[in-house]
Design a protein around this ligand. Structure first.
Ligand SMILES: [Zn+2]
Length: 156
């Protein structure tokens, strides 16, 4: 509860949003009279993210909202990752991909290839996904047989 005095509600709302608080509960005199609470989602600014809910059962309502927020943020992050990942099959495509986002490419497993890629593109391996495509391919750098795909990107 924010009991700081001498600050407008707008200042407090913004202050907590800046800190990353996902859900704000607003409780004014009118809400108390009506037995309701305003829940405001950080991930949906404005009226769209506000809901008037009864004080009765507020704990369950908050838990449900937090679950929805988690799912929405996860879905947004996943969509962003998918939109910015290129399944690069040749080195030119790979180099272009890591300029803007992620490249998913076959990698032979040699640390030498990883080092050369880093030297030439500034991209480093981010991870080797557990969920691998079937079969095998050719290393994006040396062209040797590769059994797994790895994700490369520049670090910022
Ligand atoms: Zn290689």
């Amino acid at each position: 509860m924010d009991e700081r005095e001498g600050m407008s509600p707008g200042f407090k709302f913004n202050d907590w949003e800046m800190r990353g608080v996902p859900l704000r509960m607003e409780l004014g005199p009118k809400d108390v009279a009506k037995g309701s609470v305003v829940l405001a989602r950080r991930d949906r600014p404005g009226k769209e993210g506000k809901a008037f809910v009864p004080q009765q059962g507020i704990a369950a309502a908050v838990a449900q909202r937090l679950e929805e927020i988690q799912q929405a943020l996860y879905a947004r992050a996943l969509a962003f990752r998918k939109a910015n990942t290129v399944d690069a099959a040749e080195y030119g495509e790979f180099k272009a991909a890591v300029e803007k986002g992620f490249a998913l490419s076959w990698w032979c497993g040699a640390s030498d290839c990883e080092a050369k890629i880093k030297e030439e593109t500034k991209a480093t391996m981010r991870c080797i996904p557990l969920d691998q495509p079937p079969g095998s391919g050719k290393c994006i750098y040396c062209g040797q047989p590769a059994k797994e795909k790895a994700i490369f990107a520049k670090a910022y």
